[in-house]
Design a protein around this ligand. Structure first.
Ligand SMILES: O=C(O)CCC(=O)C(=O)O
Length: 241
């Protein structure tokens, strides 16, 4: 298995005076080819830790419990984070994220972020089967949804980081058989510092890996869908029937 540190998945080109230093001109050609990209530095380590604590606290009170929450067990989960944690929405409005999402879904067709969940495999847990978050594609090049996972701790090879199969977003044959595949050799583990966002096509095969460390592995997982074509804004002044 390879690790994402072996790659240079995200490149900011032409960053210069007067430009936001992390934005520059983004090159998402890797996102189209491999189906994923990493955007480091969206949060500082301290900010990531605070967010992880706020999300974990959602699971400590029965009063605040929602359907979809998992307060105990191997992989803790809190749903509907967008509405329960004040700063979560702003994180997913970061221009680097919206640019990556738009490059997969098309600039006019991305809905605002539709769901954010907290997922936190405890030591000894988190091992998932390969899956895609969206149905298999029917036509080459299409993308109907995008997923982002924001690491709220450092993602390392041994602590349950997400693994992806690069290029599988173009392979409906693999997407249809996802749960029955063993593509360990082709997987890349997404390693990065706390506060890194990993953005990928929701058709890309991926999985949470086993957390072999002594610490929980907190992360936020967000999803964007595609606006149906008849609701897509046209050029200024265009008549839509
Ligand atoms: O938390 C992860 O690393 C991946 C989670 C995931 O893919 C899922 O829950 O569908």
């Amino acid at each position: 298995m390879r690790h994402s540190a072996d790659f240079l998945p995200w490149r900011a080109i032409g960053t210069g005076a007067g430009q936001n230093s992390t934005m520059g001109r983004l090159d998402f050609s890797d996102l189209e080819r491999d189906g994923w990209t990493a955007i480091p530095g969206l949060l500082t380590a301290g900010e990531a830790e605070v967010l992880a604590r706020q999300c974990a606290e959602l699971l400590t009170t029965v009063d605040a419990e929602r359907q979809g929450d998992k307060r105990v067990g191997g992989t803790r989960r809190a749903c509907d984070v967008l509405h329960r944690v004040r700063d979560a929405g702003a994180l997913f409005d970061a221009p680097e994220i919206t640019a990556a999402v738009a490059s997969l879904l098309g600039p006019d067709t991305a809905w605002p972020v539709r769901d954010v969940a907290f997922r936190c495999p405890q030591p000894g847990f988190g091992n998932q089967a390969l899956h895609a978050d969206e149905m298999a594609i029917e036509h080459a090049g299409e993308c109907w949804a995008v997923t982002a996972i924001v690491a709220l701790c450092d993602f390392a090879p041994d602590n349950g980081a997400t693994a992806v199969v690069p290029g599988s977003h173009h392979r409906p044959d693999l997407q249809r058989r996802a749960g029955r595949l063993d593509l360990g050799r082709d997987e890349v583990t997404l390693c990065g510092k706390a506060g890194t966002a990993f953005v990928f096509s929701a058709h890309l095969l991926h999985r949470g890996t086993l957390n072999r460390s002594d610490h929980p592995r907190p992360a936020l997982q967000a999803q964007w869908g595609r606006r149906p074509r008849h609701l897509t804004p046209g050029p200024p002044g265009a008549q839509r029937g």
